[in-house]
Write a new protein. Structure first.
Length: 207
C-alpha cells in the first residue's frame, strides 16, 4: 500500500514521517525529491540552483529534473514494493500542484506509470499558524514568496490530492503533534486491514 503525506512546507508532515517509523518499523519510508540514488543527485542540483546564483537553472529545466526524480523513484522504490507498506514524504501530487497546469498532470502520470497513492494525507494549516511557523525558521526560495503564495499552493494540493489519489484524508495540521500521529496511525491501520480483507475475498483469490 502506497501512502503519501502532502502539504506545504512547515505543515509538519516531515515530523510525522519521522515519528511514524516507530509505529510501522517494517514499512518503507521514502521521499520526493531524493528518494532514489539518482534522485538524491538531482535534488542536490536543484538545491544548488536555489542557493547559488551562479548555478541557477531555468524553471523548465527544474521541472524536468523533478520529473526524472519522480520517474526513477517510482521505478526503483515504489513499483517493486507495492505489496508492502510504503510511506512517502510527497508524491506526484506536489509536482502537479506546484506546476499548476494541465500538461503537468498528464506528464506526471506518464512518468509514474499511472501509479498513484492508495492513501494520501494532506496536512492543512491555517494562516496564523503558518505565519508563526515561518517566523521561526530560515525561509527557502519557495517560502520567500510569501503567505498568500503558500496558501494558494495548499489549495491546489488539496484539489489535486482529491482528484488523483485513490483515497484522500485532510489532516488538521494545527493539532498537537502526538494527536496527529495517533490519527495517522489509526487511518493507516484501518486502510491496511481493509486491503487485507479485500485481498482475501473469493473474488480476489480467483484473479
Amino acid at each position: 500500500m502506497y501512502v503519501a503525506l502532502e502539504g506545504i512546507d512547515t505543515c509538519g508532515k516531515s515530523t510525522q514521517i519521522a515519528l511514524l517509523q516507530a509505529y510501522f518499523p517494517e514499512a518503507i519510508f521514502t521521499k520526493e525529491p531524493g528518494g532514489s540514488a539518482l534522485g538524491a543527485t538531482l535534488r542536490d542540483i536543484i538545491l544548488q540552483s536555489h542557493n547559488h546564483a551562479s548555478s541557477h537553472i531555468s524553471k523548465e529545466a527544474e521541472f524536468f529534473l523533478f520529473l526524472a526524480d519522480r520517474a526513477e523513484h517510482i521505478d526503483k522504490i515504489i513499483k517493486p514494493n507495492l505489496h508492502k507498506l510504503i510511506i512517502a514524504d510527497r508524491s506526484l501530487i506536489s509536482g502537479i500542484a506546484y506546476a499548476n497546469d494541465l500538461e503537468s498532470r498528464a506528464i506526471n502520470l506518464a512518468c509514474t506509470q499511472g501509479i498513484v497513492p492508495d492513501l494520501c494525507f494532506v496536512f492543512v494549516i491555517d494562516e496564523p499558524t503558518l505565519q508563526t511557523r515561518l517566523g521561526t525558521k530560515t525561509k527557502d526560495s519557495i517560502e520567500m514568496r510569501g503567505i498568500d503564495y503558500l496558501l494558494a499552493i495548499q489549495d491546489r494540493i488539496i484539489q489535486v490530492a482529491h482528484s488523483t489519489a485513490k483515497h484522500t484524508i485532510e489532516i488538521d495540521a494545527t493539532k498537537d503533534i502526538a494527536q496527529i500521529t495517533q490519527e495517522l496511525c489509526a487511518h493507516i491501520r484501518q486502510a491496511l486491514e481493509s486491503s487485507l480483507d479485500s485481498s482475501s475475498t473469493p473474488e480476489s483469490s480467483a484473479r
